[in-house]
Design a protein around this ligand. Sequence first.
Ligand code: TMP
Length: 208
Amino acid sequence: MFLSFEGIDCCGKTTQAKLLVEKLQSVNNTVLFLREPGGTEISEQIRQILLNKKNLKMTQITELLLFSASRSQLVTEVIKPAIAKGTIVITDRFVDSTTAYQGYGRGLHHGGVKSISSIATSGLMPRKTFFIDIPVQEMYSRRLASHQEIDRMEMSNEDFYHRVREGYVELAKEEPGRIVTIDGRQPIDTIHETIWKEVDGMLHTVNE
Ligand code: TMP
C-alpha cells in the first residue's frame, strides 16, 4: 500500500502522516515514512539545493527537473522495493506537489509537467492521497507562530500560494477516488480519525 499526504505549507500534513504511521505500527504493520524532496542520500542533497535561499537564480525548469530527479531516485531506490516487500509506504508529498507547485503555482505547461512527472515516477501513483486543505491566510498565521526560518520555496508570494491551493482543489476534483480532501482547520484528533477510518477500511479490503 502506498499513501501520500499533500497540501500547502503549514497545513499539518506532516503531523497527520506521523500520527498515521504510529497508528499503523501500533496494529502491527511494517511502515516506511518518507519525505519529499528527500528520502535517499542523493534526494536529500537535491533537497538542499532546492530549498537553499542562496539559489535565487534557479530557473523554474531547473526547479521542476530537480524535484523530479529527487523523486525518481526515491521511487527506484526505496519506494518500489519497499512496496514489493509488502511494506506500507507513506510519503509527505509526492507527484501532486509538482503538479500544484510547479504546474499551477509557477505556471509551467501542464502537459510538460505531467510528462516529466510520469518519467520520474515510472507511472507509480499513491493508492490514496490525503489533501489537508487550509486557506492561504491560515498558512501565513501558522508560519508566523512557528518562528521558523523560511526557505527558498517559501519566499514565493501570496498569489503563488493561492494558485497552488487552487491546483490541489482541481486535482481533487479530477481524481475524487484517490484524493481525499480534509479541512485542515479541524482539531488534529478529528483529522486523524477521518484518515484512520479511510485507511482502516482499505486494510480490511486488502486483507479480505
Ligand atoms: P516541505 O516543506 O513539505 O518539506 O516541502 C518542501 C517545499 O518544496 C515546499 O515548499 C513544497 C515544495 N515542493 C515543490 O514545490 N514541488 C514538489 O514536487 C515537492 C515535493 C515539494
